[in-house]
Design a protein around this ligand. Sequence first.
Ligand SMILES: C[S@@+](CC[C@H](N)C(=O)[O-])C[C@H]1O[C@@H](n2cnc3c(N)ncnc32)[C@H](O)[C@@H]1O
Length: 278
Amino acid sequence: MGAGVTRHPEDAELEAGTSAHYEDPAYYQQTYARRTEDVAYYVDLASKHGGPILEVGCGNGRITLPIARLGLDIVGVDRSAPMLDDLRRRMQQEPTHTVDRIDVRRGDMRRLRLGRRFPLVICPFNAFLHLYERKDVEAFLARTREHLTPNGSLVFDVSMPQPSELARDPARAYSTPRFRYPDASSSSMLVRYSERFDYDKLRQVLFVAMEFSPVNGGDSWMTPLAHRQFHPQELEALLHYNGFRITSLEGDFEGSAATSDSESLVFHCKLRRGWRPA
Ligand SMILES: C[S@@+](CC[C@H](N)C(=O)[O-])C[C@H]1O[C@@H](n2cnc3c(N)ncnc32)[C@H](O)[C@@H]1O
């Protein structure tokens, strides 16, 4: 940061909430190992569309790799160096014909300029929730417009805001059964785990504090995660006023229409014909 630039403490809080959870890909991999419905959903979507595909916020390739295994070309973009390093490490265990399908790029979804267009752009598993302000959403949607073919589709999923969850007392810790934290060394350690939730109603950002405490002693640590909460009608308006129309809105990864009770929202969007930025 240049001399004389004052960094707002709120920016640091959001920056930590965007990066910390992705600094340990082994833990990420273990935590979401049973989350397979969305993988199957995006793989099916990709096979119907065909390549090339642009995946924004690809992480360590939970979805990228299975798509490439279909023989489809995919460009995976993410801002997290540890996640991309892990993706490259996992690619080494794949056959050449899969590896050759994947183009890994480090970059920010708000500033991406690949100079080419795709019939399908995907942004899976809440990566969109790291767009905290209108200017972030507008930048991402502008970059997406530049990377979509005229009849291309943008598909992304976000968690639906749940009023009861947003009302949780930040002082209360929600504990889960202890588990083995994957260690970089071969042995792994048993940890107690709890989460605290602190919802900022003004910024519409849910701050999650993930607290780990080794059972056999050693220092505890906390990993922050910050997720913007987008209400469905707010998202519809953002998409509309940034040149997109929603072609379908699903409420799970089985293709059911979204309802008031849906926990996830899967947006399928296309460019609005004739729309031009103001
Ligand atoms: C929950 S992970 C999803 C990763 C992967 N798509 C999956 O389904 O496992 C969200 C990803 O978004 C990435 N991300 C967050 N903000 C980003 C940004 N501005 N530009 C690019 N990637 C971003 C994070 O680094 C992280 O890898």
